[in-house]
Ligand binder design. Structure first.
Ligand code: SF4
Length: 232
């Protein structure tokens, strides 16, 4: 992917600022329906919900999280559950054997290293098994209300297409975006980008003709409208 990206380049930082200014004007910010993990009502639940969300639709993640948290709500009680019980509860989210192992490893490390309390920094969160950059940023933003732009597959796609920030993976894009997005955009940037990805720069047949970022978009400038697929 990185080679593909090289040929349409990226916006200048000034253009990135203009792009965010435009998105702030035309896209909704932190409104109901734009939020991330629906069941993330406490830090522990937020982390587990994010782990369950890998390759799972939102509604299935919510069902699995709800079923699991009916059985245990804290790391030490979660560890007491038999694997088969966890597997059964989280089945709707898929990859249940791996996810069960990850949840237990996460609970063990959380108890051993943080006394069972979910830490509040990205570095500490990412030191926990099963918590990557995306989950850490989602927990920081949605649970601890910190200003950071969490990068999921939608945000990754549009950042790379438009040339706002480039990276071969969502984690790399998140790092690039952190260095390029203006500070004032961090609080609501995630919401603007998600709404833009769902309403305009959709995966297949993006609406380039009416896109408010068309003049800035690197892909459109070099190749025109992306034909299909995730990036081009
Ligand atoms: S011009 Fe097209 S590809 Fe570029 S950001 Fe807009 S919708 Fe996406």
């Amino acid at each position: 992917m990185a080679d593909d990206l090289a040929d349409w380049g990226e916006m200048t930082k000034r253009e990135v600022t203009r792009a965010f200014r435009t998105l702030a004007e035309v896209m909704p910010g932190n409104v109901p329906g734009a939020k991330g993990p629906k069941e993330a009502i406490d830090p522990f639940r937020g982390c587990v919900s994010c782990m369950l969300s890998a390759q799972s639709r939102d509604e299935n993640t919510a069902r699995a999280t709800k079923a699991l948290f009916r059985l245990a709500r804290k790391p030490h009680t979660m560890l007491r559950l038999e694997d088969a019980v966890i597997v059964n509860a989280i089945k709707p989210a898929g990859l249940y054997n791996n996810k069960t192992r990850s949840i237990k490893k996460f609970c063990r490390a959380l108890i051993e290293n943080f006394n069972g309390v979910v830490p509040r920094t990205r570095e500490e969160l990412m030191s926990l098994p099963g918590i990557g950059r995306k989950c850490a940023d989602i927990v920081l933003q949605f649970v601890f209300d910190q200003n950071t732009i969490a990068v999921d597959t939608h945000v990754h796609r549009i950042c790379n297409r438009a040339g706002i920030a480039r990276g071969a993976t969502p984690d790399q894009t998140a790092m690039a975006l952190e260095a390029r997005a203006p500070d004032w955009a961090l609080a609501e940037g995630h919401f603007w980008l998600i709404q833009f990805a769902k309403r305009v720069c959709v995966s297949r047949n993006p609406r380039c003709e009416t896109c408010p970022l068309q003049k800035l978009c690197r892909h459109y400038h070099v190749h025109g409208q992306p034909k299909s697929g995730r990036l081009h």
